[in-house]
Design a protein around this ligand. Sequence first.
Ligand SMILES: Cc1ncc(COP(=O)(O)O)c(C=O)c1O
Length: 404
Amino acid sequence: MLYSNNKLLIDKIAVDKIVKKFGTPTYCYSYNQLKENILKFQKNFKKVDPLICFAVKANNNTIILKEIAKLGLGADVVSKGELMSALKSKIDPKKIVFSGVGKTYQEIEFAVKKKVLLINAESQSEIETILKIAKKINKVIDIGIRLNPNVDAKTIKEITTGKTINKFGLTEKEIIELINHYKKSKYLNIKCLSVHIGSQITSHIPYLKMLKAIQKIIDKAKFNFKYIDLGGGMGINYGENNQKLNYKKYSNQIDKFVKKNKVKIIFEPGRSIIGNTGYLLTKIIYIKKTNRINFIIVDAGMNDFMRPALYKAFHRIIPSIKNRKKVSKRHEFVGPICETTDKFLSIKSYQKLNEGDNIVICDVGAYGKVLSSNYNLRTSPKEILIKKSRVFGIRKKETLQNII
Ligand SMILES: Cc1ncc(COP(=O)(O)O)c(C=O)c1O
C-alpha cells in the first residue's frame, strides 16, 4: 500500500475509486499480501516442514479460505460453523484440526463424520464425550490433548491463553495422568499434544518456554506423539512499536525439537497470515470540534470493527488523500455507536480532514469482520478482495430486512 500523487492505493488501485464503486464501510483485502504472507511463513519454517492450519477464527470468508486452500494450507476450526466453511472452501479434512474448550457432542460427531485429522481435546469430560462417540460408531478416533503450560505470552492479557488462570488446556500432571489412563484405549488414539499460549506474541522467549514444557511431558510420560501442534500466536507489526518476533530463533529451536522427538509439527496461525491483508474503508460523516478535541465521526463503528473497543488494540488510520496541512490538536476517530468505547484511535495531531473524506483503518484482516455484530441494529459491512488488479465482492453487506 502506498501513495501516488498523494492518493492512497491498495494494490495499485486508488482507495477513493474503490469506495466510489463499493461504498463504505467495506473490508478490503489484498490477495498479493495474503500470498506473500503464506510464502514467508512457509519459508520461515522451511526446515521444520510443518502442516500449517490457518486459524479460521481470524477470518472465515469462504473466498479467502479457498485462496488459502489453493496455497496449500489446512485449517484450525473451533466450531461446526467454521468446520463447514473450511470444507465448503475445499480445505482437505485431513488437514483440519478441531480446537476449542467447549465442543458439543454434536459438533464432535459431525467432525468425526467428516474425517478431520484431529480433535484436540481440552478436558477429561471432552475426552469422555469423544469416547462415547467412538463406541457408538465403533471406530477409533484420533485425538490431541491441549497443554496449558502456564507460560506468560507477554501479550495483551485478554488474548493470553497459556496461563493456568486461563480456561484453556490441561496441566502437565493432568496430561500425564490422561495419557496413562487412555493409552490402551481401544477407541481413542492419542496422536497429538497441542498448545496455544496466546495471540500477538512478539518475543520468541515464551515460545521457547512452551517448547520446554512440551519436552518435559514427552520425557516424563515416555509417550510418542505423532504430532505436536504448537498453535499460532505469531505477532504482526501494527505500527505501534517495532518489536518483531524472531522467527529464526523460534524455528531453529523447533528444528532441534523435531530431530530429537521425531514428530510432525502443526501450526495454527491466524493473524500472521491474514492480519495485514485487510483494510477497513470508511467515510467521515461529521467532524465535531470541541475546545480540546476534534471528533472525527466515521461511518464504521465498533460493531464493524471491535478490536480497539474490546482490548484497546492499536490500528493505524490513514487518509485516502494525503495533504500537508497539519492540525495540531487531538483527533479522536470515533464511530456512530452509542458507546464511549466506540473509538478507533486518539492521536495528538493529524492532517486537515473534511467531512466526506475517506479514511482507512489498517491491518484489520484478522479478528476484524469475524467479530462484527449487529449492535445498534446495524448491518455488518461487505467484503471485497483485490486480486490480479481486479476488485471482487466476496461477501455482500447484510440488509436490514434480513436482520430485523
Ligand atoms: C487454539 C488457537 N489456535 C490458533 C489461534 C490463532 O492465533 P493467531 O491468530 O494469533 O495466530 C488461536 C487464537 O487465539 C487459538 O485460540
